[in-house]
Design a protein around this ligand. Structure first.
Ligand code: 2AM
Length: 187
């Protein structure tokens, strides 16, 4: 099964994001816009994981979550991977986590690796919420869109748990939360 670990922003924070996106999907029909019901922050991409690895994976992810404290985050800024000029993914950024969010991500990825989930090694962690993906593989010039979104700043929200998510790929990708663990460390 295809798995990743994510933060789930609260509904109020996602409502602000929806407000910031507004009617842009209609103006940018060449992008595949993500549905607000799928919005999340990927903390660790685990990739294909055999079902038999699940118990150990869950133990290790729970242990990692228990070593980290809750964080106050806010959505801020926007950008695109690999660049706004040839965007394949258009995203909103996250602020407020300092180094704590990267340390949590590294801990979760390490837990995944120890349980045998190869994940996406070597990719630097860049917390973001994916708003849209380009259809063509060579990307799309999204500079005006990124320019419009980059001044967005949302209200602070508390990230106090991580969730193990399963991707059900298809014409309409769906994510299923398999397990959640609170962030109970002292920071
Ligand atoms: P994205 O939001 O930047 O597209 C579920 O697919 C989540 O895992 C998405 O948030 C996606 O990131 C991320 N993801 C998918 N494939 C990935 C990969 N090869 N490396 C890192 N993250 C990936």
């Amino acid at each position: 099964m295809r798995l990743f670990v994510a933060l789930s922003p609260p509904p109020e924070a996602l409502a602000e994001v929806a407000g910031a996106v507004g009617a842009r999907p209609e103006r940018w029909p060449d992008l595949r816009w993500t549905g607000s019901e799928t919005w999340h922050i990927t903390m660790a991409f685990l990739g294909e994981v055999p079902e038999k690895a699940l118990p150990e994976l869950e133990t290790r992810l729970g242990r990692a979550a228990g070593r980290h404290a809750p964080m106050t985050l806010r959505f801020e800024g926007a950008g695109a991977f690999p660049s706004a000029r040839r965007a394949r993914v258009v995203w909103l950024g996250l602020a407020g986590g300092g180094t704590a969010i990267s340390r949590l991500a590294a801990s979760l990825a390490a837990g995944g690796r120890r349980a045998g989930a190869a994940g996406a090694e070597g990719k630097p962690f860049h917390p973001h919420l994916t708003l849209a993906r380009a259809r063509p593989r060579d990307g799309l010039d999204a500079r005006p869109l990124v320019e419009e979104l980059k001044d967005f700043g949302g209200a602070p929200w508390r990230a106090d748990a991580v969730h193990l998510m399963r991707s059900h790929l298809g014409p309409k990708t769906r994510y299923e939360a398999l397990e959640s663990w609170p962030l109970t460390g002292g920071g």
